[in-house]
Design a protein around this ligand. Structure first.
Ligand SMILES: Nc1ncnc2c1ncn2[C@@H]1O[C@H](COP(=O)(O)OP(=O)(O)OP(=O)(O)O)[C@@H](O)[C@H]1O
Ligand SMILES: [Mg+2]
Length: 238
């Protein structure tokens, strides 16, 4: 199995971001053991799904959980670029789902203990079809018995249907919403669409928040350091 080197995109001095991810990780854990296959989606492109899913996967692996990160954005994958992995010789999900390569050739170990990755692979002509195939369904079923968490990065649901197709095989979905990017109504529409796939929406990550603006600053501290101080301490012990 090939090994990929990953460095966390969060700098060690960015305590605020580190705390936010620890909190997100804890919230996922509190969903219980029935929620292990989790899709990350959004309404629009660029809201931060890939960044959040990568960091959540790292964060869970650092806690000792066996984690698989799957890049199911078969149309516009950025994960390899983000991790500075050269595409030469790297096989991905589209290779597997189109029957070109076996699983052990598309599955990558990483330098982070407990974290494995499947990249998207080359853009296929029929992404939604591949993700809706029985092969993908069976793959997710097989992963369920091997990993504690399977984190699946998907394209924005406001642009293409792929994430709703993926969500059909997931236990839950997390919506990533970029601060000040979309209307409440649009978010509701996307939520409704996601719910039609019978996938439970676990919550929303409000990303790209300008914490220097007074509006968010107060809320942030109120939430993470004020109201939930005790809960937070307990969660970290898990
Ligand atoms: N919290 C954040 N603060 C600042 N920049 C961020 C944050 N999250 C993501 N970004 C930046 O926003 C850009 C888009 O992020 P990312 O690729 O994760 O979004 P995406 O939702 O996966 O996009 P796409 O819909 O194209 O797949 C990247 O340049 C990323 O570095
Ligand atoms: Mg992305």
């Amino acid at each position: 199995m090939p090994t990929v080197k990953i460095t966390s995109p969060i700098s060690e001095s960015d305590f605020r971001l580190q705390e936010a991810y620890k909190s997100l990780r804890s919230n996922l854990q509190f969903c219980g053991p029935d929620f292990k296959v989790i899709a990350f989606t959004s309404c629009m492109p660029n809201e931060g799904k890939s960044s959040v899913s990568l960091q959540v996967a790292i964060s869970l692996a650092e806690l000792g959980k066996k984690v698989l990160l799957v890049d199911a954005d078969l149309r516009k994958s950025v994960l390899m670029r983000k991790l500075k992995v050269t595409s030469k010789g790297v096989r991905g999900l589209s290779h597997y789902l189109s029957g070109q390569y076996p699983l052990d050739e598309v599955l990558n170990a990483t330098n982070i203990e407990n974290l494995s990755i499947i990249f998207a692979g080359p853009v296929p002509p029929n992404p939604a079809e591949l993700l809706g195939s029985t092969l993908f369904q069976n793959l997710v079923t097989a992963f369920r018995s091997v990993y504690d968490y399977v984190i699946i990065d998907t394209p924005p649901l406001g642009s293409v249907i792929d994430s709703a197709v993926v969500a059909q095989n997931c236990d839950g979905a997390v919506m990533v919403i970029g601060a000040n990017t979309i209307s409440y109504r649009f978010a509701q529409e996307i939520r409704d669409q996601l719910e039609k796939s019978n996938c439970k929406i676990l919550g929303v990550v409000l990303n790209k928040v300008n914490v220097k603006s007074r509006r968010y600053y107060g809320k942030y501290y109120g939430k993470y350091y004020g109201g939930y101080g005790d809960y937070y301490g307990t969660a970290e012990g898990r």
